[in-house]
Design a protein around this ligand. Structure first.
Ligand code: FE
Length: 205
């Protein structure tokens, strides 16, 4: 069973005006689909043909297969990115995630400043992340198709795609405006809170 392109969790026009349906058609329908197709082509007829994405990532890493690792990483990152966005997003998280943002960044504003800095200054293509590292929230970025999956003690909570294909149609070269829109109007804090709760549940188990 080949891996599949997951459907978007909203209609392509529901994130407008902050992310256009043209961007989603292209980004999800073409770019993300192309990564899925490439992973399936690379694993066709091989031991990994029936494997799930996490297994493919793990084996590609062990074998040092950079091509498969990058393509599969991009599939994973995009699968994770779409639910990081939601119509009517933004605002601030409450509950434990809100308390941890206050503890580790001094509050929502401090987190936004750290995330903006990371996303805007990341050189070239990549992803900005909020991750749980040990018991602490950390903002970081990774290059190209690199993914935090499988990094010991690290659980991804939230990400923003800062490849040009994520924002060029809507914001041209103005990545900072896209990152502002992500933080103020698109970010899905409920999804990040679910990821935090799941990580804590797994550690407690
Ligand atoms: Fe992308």
């Amino acid at each position: 069973m080949a891996i599949l392109l997951p459907p978007l969790p909203y209609e392509t026009d529901e994130l407008e005006p902050f992310m256009s349906s043209d961007t989603l058609d292209l980004h999800h329908g073409k770019h993300h689909q192309a990564y899925v197709d490439k992973v399936n082509a690379l694993t066709l007829g091989a031991d990994l043909a029936d494997a799930d994405l996490e297994t493919i990532l793990k084996v590609a890493k062990t074998k040092g297969d950079e091509t498969l690792l990058n393509q599969a990483g991009q599939v994973w990152n995009h699968n994770f990115f779409w639910p990081c966005l939601t119509p009517g997003g933004g605002g601030s998280p409450d509950g434990e995630l809100g308390q941890m943002l206050t503890r580790d960044f001094g509050g929502l504003k401090g987190f936004q400043a750290a995330f903006k800095e990371e996303a805007e200054t990341h050189f070239g293509s990549g992803w900005a992340w909020l991750v749980l590292q040990g018991d602490k929230l950390v903002v970081t970025s990774l290059h190209d198709g690199e993914t935090p999956v499988g990094k010991a003690g690290t659980t991804p909570l939230l990400t923003c795609d800062v490849w040009e294909h994520a924002y060029y149609l809507d914001y041209q070269n103005k990545r900072p405006e896209f990152v502002d829109a992500f933080l103020e109007h698109l970010v899905n804090w409920s999804f990040a809170a679910e990821n935090l709760a799941r990580a804590q549940g797994q550690r407690a188990a």
